[in-house]
Ligand binder design. Structure first.
Ligand SMILES: Nc1ncnc2c1ncn2[C@@H]1O[C@H](COP(=O)(O)OP(=O)(O)OP(=O)(O)O)[C@@H](O)[C@H]1O
Length: 820
């Protein structure tokens, strides 16, 4: 169904040419004033910046600081003004009240010289009716108008009229309308996501403008604009809560680096850059990985029961020997009674400190116990000596000691004995055995590479089975070589371990190093400023002092930098995209980064590919939201045409019958098709189909004015439009080799290449003009969630889907029309 048909008020394009031209001319005149104002604002800002710089060489320290801050602010403003050149104004709303003027909506707000509003920022409350008005609830609007522009010229307008009476006769006859949305959706894909400020739909607007606090879950089928809405929400929140979010930063977690690059350009386009982008594999500072475990291992590592296992593994490292503690030190055999040691361990455990912090207490108490034993032994020796001396010298009777309980050692003696003992290697190694200082990496490596240790931790975890324990079938799956590299599924475990262990000194050292590096850079910069301003020669200030004084909360870029390095950083807001893929353990990590629980979670539980991912939001997130979980549903698919979505709906019915497929917004006129490949004929058939797609896209672009340079290589003609070959995981290398000109890895070139060979996981969140889906039966079989992978693959195309198969098609694809 064409969406324009759902707006009965949307006028047809059959309006008289002259009236349409008249409207365009009128809007052009308004747009000219917007650009004139933008140019003026740029000139003013540039002049202000030049003036600040020109004042550089003189003045007091305070003036200098003020000038620096002023220059930075002006430079930011200028960058913002420069970033809105394209599509500065894209909408207009006419209120029903005849007394009120129309409002123009744009990428930024502008006022004229008299401070009258010329243009309203799309994120401002006054702009909301532009996005939220519907024929049923027009929000006080008589008309919503979309302006199409190229450069600084108005090329077209689309109107939706909510109150015809409000428009005069000329305006009524000049109504024009082809839904701006459909025009936008017909454009070819570029490999980078683009902003949708001009065509945000009502249900998306609700997501974008939801309150900052609480956990907002946005569930929606493929192509419903979850990602793009989440990004616009980020821009909206940064605009509305700038102070909070600039200081604490916004974290965006995505499924893979390609996806992050795919969406990465949208925020700068919206004028917002103060954001940290990462994947789950990058959430733990110092480790960055994109390798994943096989599904059955990932399922175990992602289970919340791992938290209990790791807690048990840490307890296992807090050793309580079977007998008394004996240490040979300082020529003596020192002893701590087993029950005394066990009692002190229980006392320290009761404090519920992280392991490494508790170690400090254990060390202190054991040293005291050893020193006291040393004292006791020395005193006994002394007494014996004195007794012997007394017996010898007098009558043979024992002498009367002054007080048998008297302490011969002072507090200082005890302290110095403890210090000496601490330097004794035997004492140290005993303490390291009893209660070692551990890094998260060490804990995990030693646990997973030692079956005996792992089994002991499993046994220990079964003593406290509160959150469930691993079965005898599951725990052996964790075993691996000590040298094995970290996987994405290990990252939340490292974070959990870090939480249990606390600081071991290495984190502090890393932070100190980073701080030292920053200090040196600030000093170098300050030195430049001083030489430039002459203050250095005047001897008024040295670079270190200036750098130190200049250290405040700093610009948000450094907020992002600081946040990314600091495991304990509390972000102001966190956005998780393709959130269905995160395991329970990954959520524990994400929640630690956002103790205030201000999160936007977007995903589709029907697309979950990961074995440890979510099948229910309430189950996965309920425990963290404490009644503040709000779920919104997006139901309209803006990517996949009706014809392809019909087929995808069959897959969905087979793999997640409880889910409703989204409703597609447009038809392409082309049914998806199946091509049967004869055994051994993959290379020829694949090349033929791919070449056909590339040629077709090249021709379509030529038709729509996006003409590419002629070339004998069909892949060169598709610049701007893209084809993806989606293959089973285990055959990726094989199919990539059959198409050597295709990009086939997860570097940025995949996004820019006209042709790419990807697995379903790599294609998650991305979209292409045409998709060639290879060996669907094998995709289905590749994991317990293979059916969901197939659903993801089938919903990536904006125009055409071709399925290539050698084996018979799975029943869920029975509706496909085949070709020889
Ligand atoms: N209001 C809109 N105006 C124009 N284009 C839109 C709109 N909403 C979504 N789109 C486009 O639809 C496509 C799909 O959007 P997006 O990738 O955000 O969907 P998604 O729900 O995250 O999909 P998936 O679950 O498959 O990853 C994108 O090209 C996006 O730009």
């Amino acid at each position: 169904m064409d969406r324009s048909q759902r707006h009965p008020d949307t006028a047809d394009r059959t309006a008289p040419e002259s009236a349409r031209d008249h409207s365009i001319r009128a809007e052009q005149a308004v747009l000219d004033t917007h650009y004139a104002r933008l140019d003026a604002a740029r000139s003013e800002t540039r002049a202000a910046l030049d003036q600040i710089r020109a004042r550089g060489a003189n003045g007091s320290y305070a003036n200098l600081m003020e000038r620096e801050a002023g220059a930075e602010e002006q430079a930011r403003s200028l960058a913002r003004l420069n970033s809105v050149e394209d599509g500065l104004c894209f909408g207009r709303i006419d209120p029903t009240s005849r007394d009120a003027d129309p409002l123009y909506i744009g990428r930024i707000g502008l006022r004229d010289a008299d401070h009258e509003v010329l243009l309203v920022d799309w994120r401002a409350p006054a702009a909301q009716p532009f996005y939220a008005a519907t024929p049923q609830a027009p929000r006080g609007l008589a008309r919503r108008r979309h302006l199409h522009t190229r450069g600084r010229g108005v090329t077209g307008i689309d109107d939706e009229v909510f109150d015809l009476d409000r428009l005069d006769a000329t305006e009524q006859s000049g109504l024009v309308g082809e839904a701006a949305l459909l025009a936008r959706l017909r454009e070819g894909r570029t490999g980078r996501m683009q902003d949708i400020v001009a065509t945000i739909q009502g249900e998306q607007d609700q997501v974008i403008r939801s309150a900052l606090a609480g956990v907002l879950v946005v569930q929606g089928g493929p192509g419903t604009g979850k990602t793009v809405a989440a990004l616009h929400r980020t821009a909206y929140l940064l605009y509305t809560h700038r102070r909070t979010l600039e200081r604490r930063g916004v974290l965006i977690v995505g499924p893979n680096p390609t996806f992050l690059r795919y969406i990465g350009q949208v925020l700068p386009a919206l004028g917002e850059t103060d954001v940290v982008f990462t994947t789950v594999g990058g959430l733990y500072p110092g480790v960055h990985t994109e390798h994943t475990d096989v599904p059955e291992v990932a399922a175990v590592k992602g289970s919340v029961r791992m938290a209990g296992l790791l807690a048990a593994a840490v307890r296992q490292r807090q050793h309580i020997p079977d007998g008394d503690l004996h240490v040979a030190a300082g020529g003596m055999e020192l002893r701590v009674a087993q029950e005394d040691y066990a009692e002190l361990v229980e006392r320290i455990r009761d404090k519920e400190l992280p392991h490494n912090a508790a170690r400090g207490h254990v060390v202190a108490e054991v040293l005291t116990a050893l020193a006291q034993d040393q004292q006791r032994q020395l005193e006994d020796t002394l007494r014996e000596a004195e007794e012997d001396a007394g017996l010898d010298a007098q009558t043979g009777a024992a002498p009367e000691l002054e007080d048998p309980n008297a302490e011969l050692w002072s507090e200082e003696d005890l302290a110095s004995a403890r210090e000496t003992l601490w330097t004794d290697p035997a004492v140290r190694s005993t303490l390291d055995e009893l209660w070692p200082a551990l890094t998260p990496q060490q804990l995990l490596t030693e646990l997973f590479s030692d079956p005996g240790r792992l089994l002991a931790a499993v046994a220990e975890s079964r003593r406290f089975p509160a959150d469930g324990v691993l079965t005898d079938h599951e725990w052996p799956l964790l075993l691996r070589e000590a040298e094995a590299s970290w996987t994405v599924d290990d990252v939340p475990l490292l974070d959990e371990a870090a939480e249990l262990l606390g600081e071991d000194g290495s984190q502090q050292r890393a932070r100190d190093q980073a701080e030292e590096q920053r200090r040196r850079e600030a000093e170098r910069y300050a030195q430049g400023v001083l030489e430039f301003t002459g203050l250095f020669e005047a001897g008024m200030l040295d670079a270190a002092t200036l750098a130190e004084r200049h250290r405040d909360d700093g610009p948000s870029v450094s907020t992002a930098e600081r946040a990314a390095q600091d495991r304990s950083w509390a972000y102001g807001h966190v956005i998780v995209d393709e959130a269905q893929e995160l395991s329970a353990m990954a959520w524990r990590t994400v929640m630690r980064r956002n103790p205030a629980r201000s999160l936007t979670v977007v995903g589709d539980t029907a697309q979950t590919g990961s074995a440890a991912g979510a099948t229910s939001w309430t189950e996965m997130l309920g425990p963290y939201a404490e009644g503040r979980l709000q779920e919104q549903h997006l139901l309209v698919n803006y990517r996949t045409p009706v014809e392809i979505m019909r087929l995808a709906a069959d897959i969905l019915a087979a793999v997640a019958p409880e889910q409703r497929p989204p409703e597609s917004v447009r038809e392409s006129g082309e049914e998806p098709r199946a091509v049967r490949v004869a055994p051994g004929d993959w290379s020829r058939q694949l090349t033929k189909v791919v070449d056909g797609e590339l040629t077709a896209i090249g021709a379509e672009q030529a038709d729509t004015g996006h003409e590419a340079a002629p070339s004998s290589d069909p892949s060169a003609t598709a610049a701007g439009g893209r084809v993806a070959v989606l293959v089973p995981d285990h055959r990726h290398t094989e199919f990539a080799a059959l198409l050597p000109r295709a990009a086939a890895n997860t570097t940025p070139e995949v996004l820019d290449a006209p042709l790419a060979v990807l697995t379903c996981t790599q294609a998650k969140g991305l979209e292409f003009d045409a998709v060639v889906l290879v060996a669907p039966d094998e995709i289905l079989e590749q994991s317990p969630r293979g059916g969901r992978d197939l659903y993801v693959a089938a919903t990536r195309a904006t125009r055409r889907l071709t399925v290539l198969h050698e084996a018979p098609l799975p029943p869920m694809l029975a509706a496909l029309h085949g070709t020889a």
